[in-house]
Structures are given as C-alpha cells and as structure tokens.
Design a protein around this ligand. Structure first.
Ligand SMILES: *Cc1c(COP(=O)(O)O)cnc(C)c1O
Length: 394
C-alpha cells in the first residue's frame, strides 16, 4: 500500500472570532483610516503598534501596508539612496532585493551556509563594500546574532532585520528584530499573523523611527501614535521627510490584535509539528536537516531539508514522486524561478558575481510549508512519505 497525503499546503486557520467582531465594529463605524478617530478614541492601528512594541520590548513601532514596504521604509529612514550598495542574503525571497531596488540601491549578495543562515565568513569579506546590511532571517533560521552584530558594529555597518519568517523568534532570549536599527515584519497571509497584507517596523532609534512615521504618510498627525517618539523629535524631520504613503488601516489592525496575543501559543503548535517531521526524518543517510543551535528560539512555520550533491534529475524525480503522493515541496535549485522560489541569479536586474558555494547549497535545498491546519498526525504521515521516497533514491 502506498500512503498518500490529502491535506492542503496553503490552507490557513480562520481569523479568531474576537478579531472578526472587532473588524465588524470598524466596518460599522466606518473609520477605517488610522487617523480618522472620534474624540478620545484610540485607533486600532495605534493599539496594535503599542501591543507589538510591548511584545518585542521595543519603544517604537509603526504599522504599514506590507512587509516589503516596511523594508523599503527602513532603508529610506537609514538614508539609503540611489546607487548605494546594500549587503543582503543570496538566499531569501524576492521582496528583499526588491525593497533595495525600490530605493534605487544595489543589492550585494552574501552566501548561505548548510544551516541555511547567512555565511558570516563571506559577510566578513564583504563588510567593507557597504554601509548597510539587510539581513533576512530566511525561512526562520537565525545566524549567530552575537557574532553578526560584533562584526557589523566593528565595521560600522547598520543592520536592518527582515523578520518576515521570525515574528515571535529569539536568539539567546532577545526577540528577532531587536538586534538591528530596524526590525521589519510582514503580516501577509503566509506569515505568522495574517491580515492578507501588512507590515510592522520596530526600532530604538527615535530619529530613524520619526522619519519612518513621516515617510509612511502621517501628515502632521503623528501625535495620534502611541508607540512613537515624542513630538519634539519630529520638529525638523516633519519638514525634511517626504510622504510615501503606505499606512496600515484599522480593519487589518483589528484582525491582527487577537492573533498577536495568541502568537506564543501558535509558535508552540508550529514547533510541535516541526518536531514530528524532524523526528521522522532523523538519521536518514543523504538527507541533512539544518542544525538548530540552542540559542535559537525558532518558530517553525516552514520546514527545510537538504539533499546535497545529487544530480538535478534525481532531485526532480524525488519532488515528482512526493507530489504524486500529495506532498507539495518547493525547490530552490531549479533552473527557472517557480512560485515563491526565485534565487539571486533569477533577479537579473542585479549584476551578481557567481557564488559556487551558495549554488551547491541551493541546488539541494527543499522547502515545505507547514500550515497550522495540519495536525501532528498529518506531519507524521508526511514524514513517512518523505522517508520512503528518500530511501528509494539510491
Ligand atoms: C513575505 C516576505 C517579505 C515581505 O513581505 P510582504 O508583506 O509580502 O511584502 C520579506 N521577506 C521575506 C523573506 C518574505 O518571505
């Protein structure tokens, strides 16, 4: 008997009832714009910012229209301009180099290790080439953040963190997004909290956050924020900073607030599913699981493994066999970008030097979504199918 999995890899959980009720309230009163408030009313967006800031221990938070917008705003608020090189991961998703390109800056790619984290030796070699590193915690894998910050601080390189896959994650107890000048998050449907589209930025830097707030389209209404720097910080910034509208609205904030409250519980549920998969694929010759150091408090909303140094045809055969049994995998080694799996050499608006060590790793990198609509039993089924198909490979 050949076991087949019948679950759907793209099915989300419903929005919590409390979020649905709050969204209905917003629709009934009609004040969807974050600055459209009744007397003494605090907008849902301002409350979300305050709660998110508290959840990561940041003084300042700004909610915006998307994760990509958050990244571009962070770059602008750090003064990155046209023609400037910006270091970033060769292994990430398209919104990251896209945010860099959107401000006219030029991505300079840094390689990936077998643990799917930024290659800090390659970074060391390239630190002299840029003033800013946009670090993507791609697929939820955190590099050694202590070493990274020591390297970047010594070189005077500003770090902006892309936490699209690490909302709720930590390194040595410090939340991801709290190491760099900005932490940027996405609330798009496939991330850790879901408003369809949306983004958040956090920072300790009052001036940089004031610039981000004005950039996002606050007009002169920044005093309606709560997790914002004091009004005096805006004194010059409000004249000097262009408005590039990208605000979040109250409807999205209303559905995000209860999800944010539930995030620690959701993280546990994701990690329980991850543990079932990891256990099911343990000690399988030819398959590597990225090492997860004790310092890394991860949130496993996706699962990766490596089939290294095999011919592409063999990997393709494996993917097809898994697909035939209902297990939908994505491959970062394909010659053509497909779905969300593009790679540094598919972003041809950037002139990138060849990266053979990174190419070897991407050629073996397989990715699977891990929606919370899967049960732990589902994950055990998937693990059995993967194991079975890997054993057939040789
Ligand atoms: C989704 C994502 C983003 C940006 O998010 P959007 O909200 O879709 O703009 C940034 N980085 C990575 C790695 C992502 O997966």
């Amino acid at each position: 008997m050949t076991e087949v999995f019948t679950g759907t890899f793209t099915q989300q959980e419903p929005i919590p009832e409390e979020g649905i009720a709050a969204a209905l309230d917003v629709m009934r009163h009609g004040r969807l714009h974050r600055y459209n408030t009744a007397k003494d009313e605090v907008a849902e967006v301002a409350l979300l910012e305050e709660e998110f800031a508290a959840s990561v221990g940041a003084p300042y938070c700004l909610a915006v229209a998307s994760g990509g917008y958050a990244l571009a705003t962070a770059l602008r608020a750090c003064g990155v301009g046209a023609g400037e090189p910006v270091l970033t991961n060769a292994f990430t998703l398209a919104p990251v180099p896209g945010a860099i390109a959107s401000v006219g800056a030029v991505p300079v790619f840094v390689g990936v290790t077998e643990d799917l984290t930024l290659d800090l030796d390659d970074l060391t070699d390239k630190l002299g080439q840029a003033r800013v590193l946009m670090l993507s915690h791609m697929r939820g894998h955190l590099c050694d953040m202590d070493r990274l910050m020591t390297l970047c601080d010594a070189a005077g390189v500003v770090v902006i963190e892309d936490c699209a896959h690490t909302m709720g994650a930590t390194w040595n107890g410090t939340p991801s997004g709290r190491f760099g000048r900005f932490g940027c998050y996405s609330t798009q449907t496939y991330k850790h909290i879901n408003s369809g589209e949306g983004g958040l930025l956090v920072s300790d830097d009052a001036e940089a956050m004031a610039r981000a707030i004005v950039l996002s389209g606050s007009y002169m209404l920044f005093d309606r924020h709560r997790a914002a720097p004091p009004a005096k910080v805006f004194a010059e910034i409000k004249y000097q900073t262009p408005n590039i509208s990208g605000r979040m609205d109250n409807l999205r904030a209303a559905i995000l607030r209860p999800q944010l409250r539930d995030l620690p519980l959701q993280a546990e549920r994701w990690n329980a599913r991850y543990a079932v998969l990891a256990e099911g694929l343990r000690n399988l010759p030819g398959l590597e699981l990225p090492h997860r150091p004790a310092a890394e408090g991860f949130v496993a909303s996706s699962f990766q493994f490596l089939l290294l140094d095999r011919p592409a045809s063999e990997v393709q055969g494996f993917l097809a066999a898994c697909a035939a049994r209902g297990v939908e995998l994505k491959w970062f080694g394909g010659a053509e970008p497909a779905g969300f799996t593009s790679r540094y050499d598919s972003w041809r608006y950037v002139t990138a030097s060849p990266m053979p060590a990174t190419d070897r790793i991407l050629a073996g990198t397989i990715d699977m979504r891990l929606p919370l609509t899967f049960s732990e039993e589902d994950c055990a089924t998937i693990a059995r199918i993967l194991r079975d198909e890997i054993m057939r490979l040789r």
